[in-house]
Design a protein around this ligand. Structure first.
Ligand code: ADP
Ligand code: XUL
Length: 524
Protein backbone atom coordinates (compact mmCIF):
# COMPACT_ATOMS: atom_id res chain seq x y z
CA UNK A 1 0.00 0.00 0.00
CA UNK A 2 1.36 3.42 -0.88
CA UNK A 3 0.29 7.04 -0.69
CA UNK A 4 1.31 9.54 -3.36
CA UNK A 5 0.98 13.30 -3.07
CA UNK A 6 0.38 15.62 -6.02
CA UNK A 7 0.37 19.40 -5.60
CA UNK A 8 -0.75 21.96 -8.18
CA UNK A 9 0.21 25.61 -7.73
CA UNK A 10 -2.02 27.31 -10.28
CA UNK A 11 -2.72 30.96 -11.00
CA UNK A 12 -5.41 31.40 -8.36
CA UNK A 13 -4.64 28.76 -5.76
CA UNK A 14 -2.83 25.66 -4.57
CA UNK A 15 -4.41 22.19 -4.53
CA UNK A 16 -3.12 18.95 -3.01
CA UNK A 17 -4.40 15.47 -3.81
CA UNK A 18 -3.24 12.24 -2.15
CA UNK A 19 -3.98 8.94 -3.85
CA UNK A 20 -3.86 5.57 -2.15
CA UNK A 21 -2.85 2.59 -4.24
CA UNK A 22 -3.23 -0.88 -2.82
CA UNK A 23 -2.96 -3.37 -5.67
CA UNK A 24 -6.01 -2.77 -7.84
CA UNK A 25 -7.74 -0.72 -5.13
CA UNK A 26 -7.22 2.94 -5.88
CA UNK A 27 -8.82 6.00 -4.34
CA UNK A 28 -8.35 9.64 -3.55
CA UNK A 29 -7.89 10.07 0.21
CA UNK A 30 -7.12 13.80 0.45
CA UNK A 31 -8.18 16.65 -1.82
CA UNK A 32 -7.94 20.22 -0.62
CA UNK A 33 -7.43 23.67 -2.13
CA UNK A 34 -6.24 27.03 -0.88
CA UNK A 35 -7.12 30.26 -2.69
CA UNK A 36 -4.42 32.93 -2.78
CA UNK A 37 -6.70 36.00 -2.63
CA UNK A 38 -8.91 34.59 0.14
CA UNK A 39 -6.40 32.64 2.26
CA UNK A 40 -3.31 34.86 1.82
CA UNK A 41 -4.71 38.42 1.65
CA UNK A 42 -1.46 39.86 3.02
CA UNK A 43 0.16 39.41 -0.43
CA UNK A 44 -2.39 41.75 -2.05
CA UNK A 45 -3.17 39.63 -5.12
CA UNK A 46 -6.27 39.71 -7.30
CA UNK A 47 -6.90 36.40 -9.02
CA UNK A 48 -3.51 35.31 -7.61
CA UNK A 49 -1.57 38.04 -9.40
CA UNK A 50 -0.55 41.70 -9.18
CA UNK A 51 -0.93 43.70 -12.40
CA UNK A 52 1.33 46.65 -13.18
CA UNK A 53 1.99 49.02 -16.06
CA UNK A 54 2.89 48.03 -19.65
CA UNK A 55 1.33 44.57 -19.52
CA UNK A 56 3.29 43.43 -16.47
CA UNK A 57 1.62 40.71 -14.39
CA UNK A 58 3.53 39.27 -11.46
CA UNK A 59 3.11 37.29 -8.24
CA UNK A 60 5.21 37.02 -5.08
CA UNK A 61 7.03 33.65 -4.99
CA UNK A 62 6.95 33.83 -1.19
CA UNK A 63 3.14 33.45 -1.41
CA UNK A 64 3.47 30.16 -3.29
CA UNK A 65 5.95 28.94 -0.65
CA UNK A 66 3.60 30.04 2.11
CA UNK A 67 0.72 28.12 0.51
CA UNK A 68 2.86 24.99 0.19
CA UNK A 69 3.78 25.24 3.87
CA UNK A 70 0.17 25.69 4.98
CA UNK A 71 -1.03 22.85 2.75
CA UNK A 72 1.52 20.36 4.10
CA UNK A 73 0.47 21.44 7.60
CA UNK A 74 -3.17 20.65 6.76
CA UNK A 75 -2.15 17.34 5.26
CA UNK A 76 -0.17 16.41 8.38
CA UNK A 77 -3.24 17.15 10.52
CA UNK A 78 -5.49 14.93 8.47
CA UNK A 79 -6.33 12.32 11.11
CA UNK A 80 -7.47 9.56 8.78
CA UNK A 81 -4.16 9.28 6.87
CA UNK A 82 -1.17 7.22 7.92
CA UNK A 83 1.47 9.41 6.31
CA UNK A 84 4.24 6.90 7.06
CA UNK A 85 3.00 5.32 3.83
CA UNK A 86 3.73 8.47 1.82
CA UNK A 87 6.17 7.17 -0.80
CA UNK A 88 6.58 9.96 -3.34
CA UNK A 89 5.58 13.54 -4.07
CA UNK A 90 5.35 15.43 -7.33
CA UNK A 91 3.64 18.58 -8.44
CA UNK A 92 2.77 21.02 -11.17
CA UNK A 93 2.51 24.76 -11.46
CA UNK A 94 1.26 27.46 -13.78
CA UNK A 95 3.62 27.40 -16.74
CA UNK A 96 6.19 29.97 -17.88
CA UNK A 97 6.48 31.95 -14.57
CA UNK A 98 10.06 32.37 -13.35
CA UNK A 99 11.67 32.69 -9.90
CA UNK A 100 15.01 34.49 -9.49
CA UNK A 101 17.31 33.35 -6.67
CA UNK A 102 20.65 34.61 -5.44
CA UNK A 103 23.63 32.47 -4.44
CA UNK A 104 22.42 32.20 -0.83
CA UNK A 105 19.42 30.01 -1.67
CA UNK A 106 21.02 26.54 -1.28
CA UNK A 107 22.50 27.34 2.13
CA UNK A 108 19.21 28.88 3.33
CA UNK A 109 17.33 25.73 2.24
CA UNK A 110 19.74 23.51 4.12
CA UNK A 111 19.47 25.53 7.33
CA UNK A 112 15.67 26.04 7.53
CA UNK A 113 14.29 26.07 11.07
CA UNK A 114 11.46 23.49 11.27
CA UNK A 115 9.80 25.31 14.15
CA UNK A 116 9.22 28.42 12.02
CA UNK A 117 7.10 29.27 8.96
CA UNK A 118 8.79 28.78 5.62
CA UNK A 119 8.06 32.04 3.79
CA UNK A 120 9.80 34.52 6.15
CA UNK A 121 12.91 32.34 6.17
CA UNK A 122 13.09 32.61 2.38
CA UNK A 123 13.24 36.42 2.35
CA UNK A 124 17.06 36.54 1.81
CA UNK A 125 17.07 34.27 -1.26
CA UNK A 126 15.19 36.28 -3.88
CA UNK A 127 17.11 38.50 -6.31
CA UNK A 128 13.69 39.56 -7.65
CA UNK A 129 10.90 39.62 -5.08
CA UNK A 130 8.13 39.28 -7.66
CA UNK A 131 7.92 36.69 -10.41
CA UNK A 132 6.54 37.43 -13.86
CA UNK A 133 3.73 34.95 -14.61
CA UNK A 134 2.04 33.63 -17.75
CA UNK A 135 -0.40 36.58 -17.92
CA UNK A 136 2.53 38.99 -18.35
CA UNK A 137 2.55 40.53 -21.82
CA UNK A 138 5.35 43.05 -21.40
CA UNK A 139 8.02 41.43 -23.56
CA UNK A 140 6.94 42.01 -27.19
CA UNK A 141 10.24 43.73 -27.97
CA UNK A 142 12.32 40.92 -26.45
CA UNK A 143 10.35 38.35 -28.47
CA UNK A 144 11.20 40.14 -31.72
CA UNK A 145 14.87 40.41 -30.68
CA UNK A 146 15.06 36.69 -29.91
CA UNK A 147 13.34 35.79 -33.17
CA UNK A 148 15.69 38.07 -35.13
CA UNK A 149 18.73 36.50 -33.49
CA UNK A 150 17.53 32.96 -34.16
CA UNK A 151 16.32 33.45 -37.75
CA UNK A 152 12.61 34.22 -37.40
CA UNK A 153 9.47 33.00 -35.66
CA UNK A 154 9.27 29.71 -37.60
CA UNK A 155 12.84 28.86 -36.77
CA UNK A 156 12.21 29.52 -33.03
CA UNK A 157 9.09 27.34 -33.22
CA UNK A 158 10.95 24.48 -34.90
CA UNK A 159 13.78 24.68 -32.39
CA UNK A 160 11.87 25.23 -29.14
CA UNK A 161 8.27 24.14 -29.93
CA UNK A 162 6.77 27.65 -29.97
CA UNK A 163 7.46 31.00 -31.60
CA UNK A 164 8.83 33.56 -29.15
CA UNK A 165 5.86 34.32 -26.84
CA UNK A 166 5.55 37.21 -24.45
CA UNK A 167 4.63 35.00 -21.49
CA UNK A 168 7.40 32.44 -22.11
CA UNK A 169 10.34 32.40 -19.72
CA UNK A 170 13.15 33.24 -22.16
CA UNK A 171 11.73 36.61 -23.25
CA UNK A 172 10.91 37.34 -19.59
CA UNK A 173 14.50 36.60 -18.54
CA UNK A 174 15.81 38.78 -21.38
CA UNK A 175 13.74 41.77 -20.28
CA UNK A 176 14.92 41.37 -16.68
CA UNK A 177 18.59 41.02 -17.72
CA UNK A 178 18.42 44.15 -19.88
CA UNK A 179 16.31 46.36 -17.61
CA UNK A 180 17.76 45.28 -14.25
CA UNK A 181 21.34 44.22 -15.00
CA UNK A 182 22.40 44.58 -11.34
CA UNK A 183 19.67 42.24 -10.10
CA UNK A 184 20.37 39.84 -12.97
CA UNK A 185 24.05 39.78 -11.98
CA UNK A 186 22.88 38.89 -8.44
CA UNK A 187 20.81 36.01 -9.82
CA UNK A 188 22.56 32.67 -9.45
CA UNK A 189 19.54 30.53 -10.44
CA UNK A 190 16.41 31.05 -12.52
CA UNK A 191 13.73 28.50 -11.67
CA UNK A 192 10.29 27.88 -13.07
CA UNK A 193 7.46 28.03 -10.52
CA UNK A 194 7.39 24.23 -10.71
CA UNK A 195 11.11 23.66 -10.09
CA UNK A 196 11.18 26.36 -7.40
CA UNK A 197 8.53 24.58 -5.33
CA UNK A 198 10.18 21.19 -5.96
CA UNK A 199 13.44 22.71 -4.65
CA UNK A 200 11.68 23.81 -1.47
CA UNK A 201 10.44 20.28 -0.85
CA UNK A 202 13.79 18.63 -1.50
CA UNK A 203 15.86 21.34 0.22
CA UNK A 204 18.11 21.45 -2.83
CA UNK A 205 18.11 22.78 -6.35
CA UNK A 206 15.52 20.86 -8.36
CA UNK A 207 15.83 20.08 -12.06
CA UNK A 208 13.36 21.25 -14.70
CA UNK A 209 11.36 18.58 -16.52
CA UNK A 210 11.04 18.63 -20.34
CA UNK A 211 7.28 19.30 -20.11
CA UNK A 212 7.68 22.64 -18.35
CA UNK A 213 11.05 23.26 -20.05
CA UNK A 214 9.21 23.47 -23.37
CA UNK A 215 7.41 26.60 -22.21
CA UNK A 216 10.56 28.69 -22.08
CA UNK A 217 11.75 29.26 -25.70
CA UNK A 218 15.07 27.94 -24.40
CA UNK A 219 14.90 24.15 -24.74
CA UNK A 220 15.62 22.15 -27.85
CA UNK A 221 12.29 20.37 -28.20
CA UNK A 222 13.68 17.32 -30.00
CA UNK A 223 16.33 16.23 -27.51
CA UNK A 224 15.12 18.05 -24.36
CA UNK A 225 18.40 19.85 -23.70
CA UNK A 226 19.09 23.57 -23.30
CA UNK A 227 19.68 25.05 -26.74
CA UNK A 228 22.99 26.99 -26.62
CA UNK A 229 21.89 29.31 -29.44
CA UNK A 230 18.53 30.08 -27.76
CA UNK A 231 20.35 30.77 -24.48
CA UNK A 232 22.83 33.06 -26.26
CA UNK A 233 19.97 34.94 -27.95
CA UNK A 234 18.29 35.49 -24.57
CA UNK A 235 20.69 36.69 -21.87
CA UNK A 236 24.38 36.60 -20.93
CA UNK A 237 25.70 33.59 -18.99
CA UNK A 238 22.28 32.01 -18.87
CA UNK A 239 23.50 28.39 -19.04
CA UNK A 240 25.10 28.71 -15.60
CA UNK A 241 21.86 30.09 -14.16
CA UNK A 242 19.52 27.31 -15.31
CA UNK A 243 18.98 24.00 -13.51
CA UNK A 244 19.56 20.79 -15.48
CA UNK A 245 16.73 19.21 -17.47
CA UNK A 246 16.01 15.61 -16.45
CA UNK A 247 13.32 13.12 -17.51
CA UNK A 248 9.98 13.83 -15.83
CA UNK A 249 10.14 10.54 -13.89
CA UNK A 250 13.71 10.81 -12.56
CA UNK A 251 13.56 11.04 -8.74
CA UNK A 252 16.07 13.67 -7.68
CA UNK A 253 15.79 13.88 -3.89
CA UNK A 254 13.81 13.16 -0.77
CA UNK A 255 11.61 15.36 1.38
CA UNK A 256 14.05 17.57 3.28
CA UNK A 257 14.60 17.45 7.07
CA UNK A 258 12.67 20.74 7.38
CA UNK A 259 9.39 19.09 6.34
CA UNK A 260 10.16 15.80 8.04
CA UNK A 261 10.63 17.54 11.39
CA UNK A 262 8.03 20.27 10.96
CA UNK A 263 5.16 17.95 10.03
CA UNK A 264 6.45 14.48 11.02
CA UNK A 265 6.49 13.36 7.40
CA UNK A 266 8.63 10.52 6.03
CA UNK A 267 11.59 10.94 3.65
CA UNK A 268 9.33 10.56 0.60
CA UNK A 269 10.90 10.63 -2.86
CA UNK A 270 10.63 13.92 -4.74
CA UNK A 271 9.79 13.56 -8.42
CA UNK A 272 10.40 16.56 -10.75
CA UNK A 273 7.43 18.89 -11.01
CA UNK A 274 6.03 19.88 -14.37
CA UNK A 275 3.67 22.49 -15.86
CA UNK A 276 -0.05 22.41 -15.10
CA UNK A 277 -0.95 21.54 -18.69
CA UNK A 278 1.49 18.58 -19.07
CA UNK A 279 0.35 17.38 -15.65
CA UNK A 280 -3.30 17.64 -16.67
CA UNK A 281 -2.57 15.46 -19.67
CA UNK A 282 -1.87 12.61 -17.23
CA UNK A 283 -4.64 13.65 -14.83
CA UNK A 284 -7.22 13.55 -17.62
CA UNK A 285 -5.93 10.12 -18.68
CA UNK A 286 -4.93 11.29 -22.16
CA UNK A 287 -2.37 8.64 -22.98
CA UNK A 288 -3.69 7.89 -26.47
CA UNK A 289 -4.81 9.86 -29.52
CA UNK A 290 -8.31 10.93 -30.76
CA UNK A 291 -9.05 12.53 -27.38
CA UNK A 292 -8.48 16.18 -26.54
CA UNK A 293 -8.64 17.85 -23.16
CA UNK A 294 -10.16 21.27 -22.71
CA UNK A 295 -9.12 22.94 -19.47
CA UNK A 296 -11.40 25.79 -18.38
CA UNK A 297 -9.18 27.32 -15.70
CA UNK A 298 -7.88 30.87 -15.39
CA UNK A 299 -6.64 30.26 -18.93
CA UNK A 300 -8.59 28.06 -21.31
CA UNK A 301 -6.39 25.50 -23.01
CA UNK A 302 -6.98 22.66 -25.44
CA UNK A 303 -4.35 19.97 -25.75
CA UNK A 304 -3.73 16.46 -26.99
CA UNK A 305 -0.98 13.87 -26.96
CA UNK A 306 1.03 13.22 -30.10
CA UNK A 307 4.00 11.04 -30.91
CA UNK A 308 5.38 13.56 -33.41
CA UNK A 309 5.23 17.33 -32.99
CA UNK A 310 2.55 18.98 -35.17
CA UNK A 311 3.84 21.92 -37.16
CA UNK A 312 0.42 23.62 -37.06
CA UNK A 313 -0.07 23.79 -33.29
CA UNK A 314 0.78 27.11 -31.68
CA UNK A 315 2.72 25.27 -28.93
CA UNK A 316 4.36 21.88 -28.84
CA UNK A 317 5.51 20.74 -25.41
CA UNK A 318 7.12 17.51 -24.29
CA UNK A 319 4.63 15.37 -22.40
CA UNK A 320 5.42 13.68 -19.07
CA UNK A 321 5.17 10.33 -20.92
CA UNK A 322 8.23 11.27 -23.01
CA UNK A 323 6.06 11.96 -26.09
CA UNK A 324 4.85 15.36 -27.24
CA UNK A 325 1.70 17.35 -26.60
CA UNK A 326 0.15 20.03 -28.79
CA UNK A 327 -1.47 22.91 -26.99
CA UNK A 328 -3.34 26.11 -27.73
CA UNK A 329 -3.86 28.62 -24.89
CA UNK A 330 -6.52 31.33 -24.58
CA UNK A 331 -5.86 34.16 -22.17
CA UNK A 332 -9.55 35.12 -21.90
CA UNK A 333 -10.78 32.11 -19.94
CA UNK A 334 -12.49 32.01 -16.54
CA UNK A 335 -11.77 35.62 -15.68
CA UNK A 336 -13.69 36.77 -18.77
CA UNK A 337 -16.60 34.42 -17.92
CA UNK A 338 -16.51 35.68 -14.34
CA UNK A 339 -16.53 39.27 -15.58
CA UNK A 340 -19.57 38.87 -17.85
CA UNK A 341 -21.46 37.04 -15.11
CA UNK A 342 -20.85 39.84 -12.61
CA UNK A 343 -21.22 42.69 -15.09
CA UNK A 344 -24.80 41.55 -15.71
CA UNK A 345 -25.47 40.66 -12.06
CA UNK A 346 -26.06 36.91 -12.53
CA UNK A 347 -25.10 33.81 -10.57
CA UNK A 348 -23.88 30.65 -12.34
CA UNK A 349 -27.37 29.05 -12.26
CA UNK A 350 -28.80 32.07 -14.04
CA UNK A 351 -25.96 31.96 -16.56
CA UNK A 352 -26.81 28.30 -17.22
CA UNK A 353 -30.47 29.19 -17.90
CA UNK A 354 -29.43 31.96 -20.29
CA UNK A 355 -27.13 29.56 -22.19
CA UNK A 356 -29.89 26.96 -22.43
CA UNK A 357 -32.64 29.38 -23.39
CA UNK A 358 -31.45 30.32 -26.89
CA UNK A 359 -28.46 28.28 -28.12
CA UNK A 360 -26.68 30.05 -30.95
CA UNK A 361 -27.58 33.52 -29.60
CA UNK A 362 -30.04 33.98 -32.52
CA UNK A 363 -27.01 34.07 -34.79
CA UNK A 364 -25.33 37.01 -33.04
CA UNK A 365 -21.61 36.63 -32.40
CA UNK A 366 -19.03 38.14 -30.09
CA UNK A 367 -15.23 38.00 -30.25
CA UNK A 368 -14.55 37.52 -26.50
CA UNK A 369 -11.32 39.53 -26.20
CA UNK A 370 -12.03 41.30 -22.92
CA UNK A 371 -8.28 41.40 -22.30
CA UNK A 372 -5.50 41.12 -24.85
CA UNK A 373 -5.52 37.61 -26.25
CA UNK A 374 -2.84 35.06 -27.11
CA UNK A 375 -4.93 32.95 -29.55
CA UNK A 376 -5.10 34.63 -31.95
CA UNK A 377 -2.64 37.30 -30.91
CA UNK A 378 -4.77 40.37 -30.10
CA UNK A 379 -2.97 43.52 -29.03
CA UNK A 380 -6.07 45.72 -28.57
CA UNK A 381 -8.24 44.50 -25.69
CA UNK A 382 -12.00 44.92 -25.97
CA UNK A 383 -15.08 42.82 -26.70
CA UNK A 384 -16.25 42.92 -30.33
CA UNK A 385 -20.04 42.60 -30.52
CA UNK A 386 -21.84 41.96 -33.81
CA UNK A 387 -25.55 42.77 -34.00
CA UNK A 388 -26.23 43.62 -30.34
CA UNK A 389 -25.05 46.19 -27.83
CA UNK A 390 -23.62 46.14 -24.33
CA UNK A 391 -27.06 46.64 -22.72
CA UNK A 392 -28.39 43.21 -23.71
CA UNK A 393 -27.41 40.94 -20.78
CA UNK A 394 -28.45 37.60 -22.26
CA UNK A 395 -26.83 38.20 -25.63
CA UNK A 396 -23.60 39.37 -24.00
CA UNK A 397 -23.42 36.33 -21.74
CA UNK A 398 -24.22 33.87 -24.52
CA UNK A 399 -22.04 35.75 -27.00
CA UNK A 400 -19.00 35.60 -24.73
CA UNK A 401 -19.25 31.95 -23.67
CA UNK A 402 -20.34 30.64 -27.09
CA UNK A 403 -17.58 32.73 -28.69
CA UNK A 404 -15.02 31.18 -26.35
CA UNK A 405 -16.21 27.64 -27.16
CA UNK A 406 -16.18 28.32 -30.91
CA UNK A 407 -12.65 29.71 -30.69
CA UNK A 408 -11.50 26.64 -28.73
CA UNK A 409 -13.15 24.22 -31.17
CA UNK A 410 -11.81 26.01 -34.27
CA UNK A 411 -8.27 26.16 -32.93
CA UNK A 412 -8.44 22.57 -31.63
CA UNK A 413 -7.96 21.46 -35.24
CA UNK A 414 -4.31 22.46 -34.78
CA UNK A 415 -3.71 20.18 -31.79
CA UNK A 416 -5.24 16.92 -32.91
CA UNK A 417 -6.58 15.06 -35.92
CA UNK A 418 -10.08 13.66 -35.58
CA UNK A 419 -11.36 13.94 -32.02
CA UNK A 420 -13.84 11.33 -30.76
CA UNK A 421 -14.41 12.94 -27.43
CA UNK A 422 -13.34 15.81 -25.23
CA UNK A 423 -12.38 15.59 -21.57
CA UNK A 424 -13.25 18.81 -19.77
CA UNK A 425 -11.38 19.92 -16.68
CA UNK A 426 -10.62 23.11 -14.70
CA UNK A 427 -12.84 25.17 -12.40
CA UNK A 428 -15.55 25.95 -14.98
CA UNK A 429 -15.96 22.29 -16.00
CA UNK A 430 -18.38 21.87 -13.08
CA UNK A 431 -20.83 23.96 -15.09
CA UNK A 432 -22.89 21.50 -17.15
CA UNK A 433 -24.49 24.23 -19.27
CA UNK A 434 -21.06 25.38 -20.43
CA UNK A 435 -20.12 21.76 -21.23
CA UNK A 436 -23.37 21.42 -23.21
CA UNK A 437 -22.36 24.40 -25.34
CA UNK A 438 -18.94 22.77 -25.75
CA UNK A 439 -20.48 19.45 -26.86
CA UNK A 440 -22.75 21.17 -29.39
CA UNK A 441 -19.95 23.34 -30.73
CA UNK A 442 -17.39 20.49 -31.00
CA UNK A 443 -20.03 17.97 -32.15
CA UNK A 444 -18.63 15.22 -29.91
CA UNK A 445 -19.31 13.84 -26.43
CA UNK A 446 -17.80 15.84 -23.60
CA UNK A 447 -16.89 14.16 -20.33
CA UNK A 448 -16.15 15.82 -17.05
CA UNK A 449 -13.78 14.05 -14.70
CA UNK A 450 -14.67 13.30 -11.10
CA UNK A 451 -11.72 15.36 -9.98
CA UNK A 452 -11.83 19.07 -10.65
CA UNK A 453 -8.08 19.63 -10.51
CA UNK A 454 -6.63 17.23 -13.05
CA UNK A 455 -3.19 18.84 -12.75
CA UNK A 456 -2.89 17.86 -9.05
CA UNK A 457 -4.21 14.38 -9.81
CA UNK A 458 -1.74 14.08 -12.68
CA UNK A 459 1.06 15.02 -10.29
CA UNK A 460 0.05 12.31 -7.80
CA UNK A 461 -0.14 9.77 -10.64
CA UNK A 462 3.29 10.83 -11.88
CA UNK A 463 4.68 10.36 -8.36
CA UNK A 464 3.28 6.81 -8.37
CA UNK A 465 4.73 6.08 -11.82
CA UNK A 466 8.21 7.33 -10.87
CA UNK A 467 8.20 5.48 -7.54
CA UNK A 468 7.37 2.15 -9.19
CA UNK A 469 9.95 2.72 -11.91
CA UNK A 470 12.63 3.44 -9.30
CA UNK A 471 11.59 0.31 -7.38
CA UNK A 472 12.24 -1.79 -10.50
CA UNK A 473 8.51 -2.51 -10.92
CA UNK A 474 7.58 -0.22 -13.83
CA UNK A 475 3.88 0.37 -14.43
CA UNK A 476 2.48 1.26 -17.88
CA UNK A 477 0.81 4.66 -18.21
CA UNK A 478 -2.46 2.85 -18.95
CA UNK A 479 -2.23 1.15 -15.55
CA UNK A 480 -1.05 4.34 -13.85
CA UNK A 481 -4.17 6.28 -14.80
CA UNK A 482 -6.65 3.43 -14.46
CA UNK A 483 -9.20 3.72 -11.69
CA UNK A 484 -8.81 7.52 -11.57
CA UNK A 485 -9.47 8.97 -14.99
CA UNK A 486 -12.17 6.82 -16.61
CA UNK A 487 -15.03 9.11 -17.61
CA UNK A 488 -18.11 8.52 -15.46
CA UNK A 489 -21.32 7.85 -17.45
CA UNK A 490 -23.13 10.40 -15.29
CA UNK A 491 -20.64 13.05 -16.33
CA UNK A 492 -21.21 12.61 -20.06
CA UNK A 493 -22.70 15.44 -22.09
CA UNK A 494 -24.08 14.52 -25.53
CA UNK A 495 -24.20 16.90 -28.48
CA UNK A 496 -27.61 17.74 -29.95
CA UNK A 497 -27.30 16.99 -33.72
CA UNK A 498 -29.52 19.92 -34.77
CA UNK A 499 -27.48 22.36 -32.74
CA UNK A 500 -24.22 20.82 -33.98
CA UNK A 501 -25.22 21.72 -37.55
CA UNK A 502 -26.20 25.24 -36.51
CA UNK A 503 -22.92 25.80 -34.64
CA UNK A 504 -20.94 24.42 -37.62
CA UNK A 505 -22.26 27.40 -39.65
CA UNK A 506 -21.63 29.81 -36.80
CA UNK A 507 -18.11 28.48 -36.37
CA UNK A 508 -17.34 29.37 -39.99
CA UNK A 509 -18.71 32.89 -39.45
CA UNK A 510 -16.75 33.19 -36.22
CA UNK A 511 -13.50 32.19 -37.98
CA UNK A 512 -14.09 34.84 -40.66
CA UNK A 513 -14.77 37.53 -38.06
CA UNK A 514 -11.68 36.49 -36.11
CA UNK A 515 -9.50 36.88 -39.20
CA UNK A 516 -11.06 40.21 -40.15
CA UNK A 517 -10.83 41.76 -36.71
CA UNK A 518 -7.66 40.38 -35.15
CA UNK A 519 -5.51 43.27 -36.29
CA UNK A 520 -8.14 45.97 -35.76
CA UNK A 521 -8.82 47.98 -32.63
CA UNK A 522 -12.29 47.43 -31.12
CA UNK A 523 -14.97 49.79 -32.37
CA UNK A 524 -16.17 50.72 -28.88
P1 ADP B 1 -6.61 27.84 -12.02
O1 ADP B 1 -6.26 26.38 -11.85
O2 ADP B 1 -6.18 28.39 -13.34
O3 ADP B 1 -6.21 28.70 -10.87
P2 ADP B 1 -9.30 26.80 -11.75
O4 ADP B 1 -9.18 25.67 -12.72
O5 ADP B 1 -9.28 26.49 -10.30
O6 ADP B 1 -8.20 27.91 -12.07
O7 ADP B 1 -10.62 27.59 -12.10
C1 ADP B 1 -11.00 28.71 -11.36
C2 ADP B 1 -12.17 29.36 -12.06
O8 ADP B 1 -13.28 28.46 -12.08
C3 ADP B 1 -12.67 30.59 -11.37
O9 ADP B 1 -12.06 31.75 -11.90
C4 ADP B 1 -14.19 30.57 -11.66
O10 ADP B 1 -14.54 31.58 -12.59
C5 ADP B 1 -14.42 29.23 -12.35
N1 ADP B 1 -15.64 28.57 -11.84
C6 ADP B 1 -15.85 28.05 -10.62
N2 ADP B 1 -17.13 27.57 -10.52
C7 ADP B 1 -17.73 27.80 -11.71
C8 ADP B 1 -19.04 27.55 -12.26
N3 ADP B 1 -19.99 26.96 -11.54
N4 ADP B 1 -19.26 27.92 -13.54
C9 ADP B 1 -18.32 28.51 -14.28
N5 ADP B 1 -17.07 28.79 -13.82
C10 ADP B 1 -16.77 28.44 -12.56
C1 XUL C 1 -0.12 27.69 -21.16
C2 XUL C 1 -0.40 28.83 -20.25
C3 XUL C 1 -1.39 28.66 -19.14
C4 XUL C 1 -0.67 28.53 -17.80
C5 XUL C 1 -1.62 28.73 -16.61
O1 XUL C 1 0.79 28.00 -22.16
O2 XUL C 1 0.16 29.88 -20.35
O3 XUL C 1 -2.25 27.58 -19.38
O4 XUL C 1 -0.02 27.30 -17.71
O5 XUL C 1 -2.50 27.73 -16.43
Amino acid sequence: MGLYLGVDCSTQGLTAIVIEIDGDARRIVFNRSLNFDRDFPEYGTTGGVISGADGEVQAPPAMWADALDRMLGELAQSADLDLDDLRAISGSAQQHGSVYLNARAPSVWRALDPSAHLAPQLAPIFSRPRSPVWLDASTAQQCREIEDALGGADRVATLTGSPACERFTGPQIRRFAIEQPGAYAETARVHLVSSFLASLLAGRDAPIDPGDGSGMNLMNLRDATWSPEALDATAPDLAARLPPIVPSWEIFGTLSPYWQKRYALPAAAIVPWTGDNPSSLIGTGIIHDRVAAVSLGTSDTVFALTTTPAASSSHVFRSPTGDFMNLVCFRNGSLAREWVRMEYGQDWDAVAKILESSPGNDGWLMLPWLEIESTPRIAHAGLRRFGFDRGDAARNIRGLIEGQMMAIANHAAAVSGTIDRVIATGGAAVNRAILQVMANVFGVDVYRLDVENSAALGAALRAYHADRLAAGEPVSWKTVVSGFTEPQPGHRVWPNPKLVAMYADLRRDYAILETLHKDRAPIC
